[in-house]
Design a protein around this ligand. Structure first.
Ligand code: ARG
Length: 466
């Protein structure tokens, strides 16, 4: 029978093995879900303790089960465990080994449980741990930005819109923009933990169980706030994985924007920052080059993380309740996104912490491109009482004049300026320097160094508690 199928002209020719082997290959998840071994064992120990406490299994059997599971944990951690594809997944690999170790008592562990609630609880435990890892990494990155912002609260640089010089800002202010972004990521992580902090264990296959189990007991033992409330939803919900991926995608997108800025800032044309040797590479042919590879790879890896979000959303979108094997595809997406995001966060934290800021290049660029034109217009409004639209027009003429003379606005003479508007006095020069421009922007959240320092104080306090 299998010979006949293996030689099937339609599809058999490409495969050396028969249908059973192909089925095993598409069905097995052990190659990737072995990552869940610690969570699986933890979940099983909690389940067995509850079964003994409620009198569903004997105390002695529970002791054997727990002892056997701890032996397996050790075997896996010491690399002595033999994973088998024939046993499909981590759950069956562990259970089969348990039977080898302790005999028939092993068969009692799966009472009032199914692999459906088992995988749901294992995976939740893993994702929850990963959320905590990401939260810690985000805090580390935010702290690095706070340090850099403090050093450079008054370092003037050009602010851009449309990638065109717009108005001077400070580098500290720019750093604090990233503090805002990564703090939102951190708060999304905290929210998601809050929402997913429920144990699906005890939902069994999909309908709950007739055994007198105590789901509150297992939820507590596994560090969850409470058990989930609906058995169907418990085994078919992967929102926690989707939320992880969407938070990861947003965070990766933030990291990618930062990476792009670092790539631009580190070009010889900009020269705003110099990456440390530990976070750049040389060219094998052009000796003068110092490439921002780590930043480029952070930018690129965002595609991978974002792709995993779309991948899992697509897996889930057509699934009727409750469990379907499709859901086994959740793990590789999350594992890869997690590993990628962890690395991106670590690389960015290192890069930002290590890079040298070229204050002089930033300041020089800040003054180019008539970046204080808005300050000139504001002066006309404030001092001469001009309507802003008229001030905008007068300023446009001043810029045109400066352009024709190939000088900056601050280099125009008083007579030049008065030829455009007779009311202008020498006082106007006080607002045409980049330093005074940033100093004047004291509105809440503005770029004035004093305001930037206030933002830093606020976030330092908040992050310490986050
Ligand atoms: N390996 C499976 C998964 O990751 C475990 C659950 C299998 N359940 C089942 N009824 N076949 O989804």
């Amino acid at each position: 029978m299998s010979d006949k199928k293996a030689s099937n002209a339609m599809w058999g020719g490409r495969f050396a093995s028969g249908p059973a082997a192909i089925m095993e290959a598409i069905n097995a998840s052990i190659d990737f879900d072995k990552k869940l071994y610690a969570q699986d064992i933890r979940g099983s120990i909690a389940h067995s303790e509850m079964l003994a406490e409620t009198g569903i299994i004997e105390e002695q059997d529970q002791e054997k089960i727990a002892h056997g599971l701890n032996t397996i944990l050790k075997e896996i951690e010491e690399g002595k465990f033999e994973f088998s594809t024939r046993l499909e997944d981590i759950h069956m690999n562990v259970e089969a080994r348990l039977a080898e170790l302790i005999g028939s008592a092993a068969g009692r562990l799966h009472t009032a449980r199914s692999r459906n609630d088992q995988v749901a609880v294992d995976f939740r435990l893993w994702v929850k741990d990963e959320f905590y890892r990401v939260a810690a990494a985000l805090k580390g990155l935010i702290e690095v930005f706070l340090t850099r912002a403090e050093e450079h609260a008054a370092t003037v640089m050009p602010g851009f819109t449309h990638m065109q010089t717009a108005q001077p800002v400070t580098f500290g202010h720019h750093c604090m923009a990233y503090v805002e972004m990564f703090s939102r990521d951190l708060s999304r992580v905290r929210d998601a933990i809050e929402r997913m902090d429920e144990s699906p264990l005890g939902a069994a296959a999909l309908a709950g169980t007739g055994f007198p189990i105590d789901r509150f007991r297992t939820a507590k033992a596994l560090g969850f706030r409470e058990p989930t409330r609906n058995s169907l939803d418990s085994v078919s919900d992967r929102d926690f994985a989707l939320e992880f991926l969407s938070i990861a995608a947003i965070c990766a997108t933030h990291l990618s924007r930062l990476a792009e800025e670092i790539v631009i800032w580190s070009t010889p044309q900009f020269g705003f920052v110099r990456l440390s040797d530990s976070f750049s590479t040389g060219s094998s042919i052009m000796p003068q080059k110092k490439n921002p590879d780590a930043a480029e790879l952070v930018r690129a890896k965002t595609g991978r993380v974002n792709g995993h979000l779309i991948g899992l959303l697509t897996v889930m979108k057509g699934l009727p309740l409750a469990y379907s094997k499709d859901m086994q595809e959740d793990k590789e997406a999350v594992f890869d996104a997690a590993e990628t995001l962890d690395l991106m966060l670590a690389a960015m934290t290192g890069m930002v912490g290590d890079m040298t800021i070229n204050d002089a290049a930033m300041k020089k660029a800040a003054g180019s491109g008539y970046s204080t034109a808005t300050d000139l217009a504001d002066w006309l409004v404030r001092t001469l009482g001009l309507p802003f639209r008229e001030a905008h027009h007068v300023t446009g003429r001043a810029v045109a004049l400066a352009e024709s003379k190939k000088v900056g606005l601050e280099k125009l003479s008083l007579e030049d300026l008065q030829s455009i508007h007779s009311g202008i006095t020498a006082d106007i020069f006080s607002v045409l320097s980049v330093q005074n421009s940033v100093k004047s922007r004291t509105s809440f959240g503005g770029t004035a160094p004093a305001e930037v320092r206030r933002q830093i104080r606020y976030w330092k306090k908040r992050i310490a508690k986050a």
